[in-house]
Write a protein that binds this ligand. Structure first.
Ligand SMILES: Nc1ncnc2c1ncn2[C@@H]1O[C@H](COP(=O)(O)OP(=O)(O)O)[C@@H](O)[C@H]1O
Ligand SMILES: [Mg+2]
Length: 286
């Protein structure tokens, strides 16, 4: 009896419609339904993958879970507390508890800030007390970057290293969950495997919940214990990854699976090849 795990995130009947711009006032108002009655439960401690082709609504869902966007209909809960329609005061610790990692770290890392400032900034803006320098050093080590990195600027790093900086920044305020939206899609395949391994280690070591958004089912299959498949604004299939991947009930999932076998093999080989190399961040390629 009872549920084995509590949901850290819970969405009930989330619909998000965007009003499309009109070219003239005479045109009728049209809207696009990016999310259509989506219900979702993300267990505490899960590595939860959201997969689907471009335009299927993944990023819209991610932004709603981050409370950066609001559903047109439906409710979203974090740790049992409603966050949809909540005022900044009612969001409580959400801004600290849930951090984001995006596809392109260039857009999230201020080019005029040194790495030290980039990682320390959320500590200040979110009012996290403690030894700032010690925390930055600890985070650089956790993501496999040298102490000397903290005096450098983002452009002095490779793409993979920049994503490590973005991950360190996300971890800084001791979040409970990380939402990663296509975090490896812009990276070279070999670097991609390193970043996936890093995320996996950090999630385990810090006891995080991870929501991983990707158009690439091989990424989700490698990393995630739960998989939700999105198509056209709906979750068409979801459950434990093993079940979804080994025994898909939906044609769309089967088509996604059929499209990846060769890519999947190469990713997994790369991942195995770099396993155990925990300082690779110092010499990955641009
Ligand atoms: N701010 C917006 N205004 C209008 N349409 C949007 C907006 N954001 C997303 N959309 C549309 O919603 C749909 C889902 O987009 P998105 O969530 O970004 O998909 P995905 O991340 O799966 O590629 C797309 O058709 C996209 O064009
Ligand atoms: Mg997206």
């Amino acid at each position: 009896m009872g549920r084995p795990m509590t949901a850290l995130f819970r969405g009930v009947g989330i619909t998000r419609r965007f009003r499309l711009p009109r070219r003239s006032l005479l045109e009728p108002v049209e809207s696009l339904t990016a999310l259509d009655n989506v219900s979702i439960e993300i267990p505490t401690g899960a590595k939860f993958g959201v997969v689907g082709e471009s335009g299927s609504g993944k990023s819209t869902l991610a932004r709603i879970l981050l409370a950066l966007d609001q559903p047109t209909e439906g409710e979203v809960y974090f740790d049992g507390r409603i966050i949809s329609g909540a005022s900044p005061g009612e969001l409580g610790d959400l801004r600290r508890d849930v951090q984001v990692v995006l596809q392109d770290p260039r857009s999230s890392l201020n080019p005029r800030m040194r790495v030290f400032e980039i990682i320390a900034e959320p500590l200040r803006s979110l009012g996290v007390a403690g030894d700032e320098r010690g925390r930055v050093l600890e985070l650089l080590d956790a993501v496999g970057l040298s102490t000397a990195s903290m005096d450098r600027y983002p452009h002095q790093f490779s793409g993979g290293q920049r994503q490590r900086i973005a991950i360190a920044r996300a971890l800084a305020p001791h979040p409970r969950a990380i939402i990663a939206d296509e975090p490896v899609s812009a990276l070279d395949v070999s670097v991609r495997a390193q970043i996936l391994n890093l995320l996996q280690d950090l999630v385990r070591d810090f006891g995080l919940t991870l929501v991983m958004v990707s158009h690439d089912l091989s990424v989700i299959r490698y990393l995630c214990d739960y998989t939700a498949v999105m198509y056209n604004g709906e979750i068409v299939e979801s459950g434990p990854s093993e079940r979804v991947h080994e025994n898909p009930t939906q044609d769309y999932t089967r088509r996604l699976l059929a499209a990846i076998p060769t890519m999947d093999g190469s990713l997994l080989e790369r991942v195995r090849a770099v396993e155990g190399d925990d300082r690779e961040g110092e010499h990955d390629e641009t």
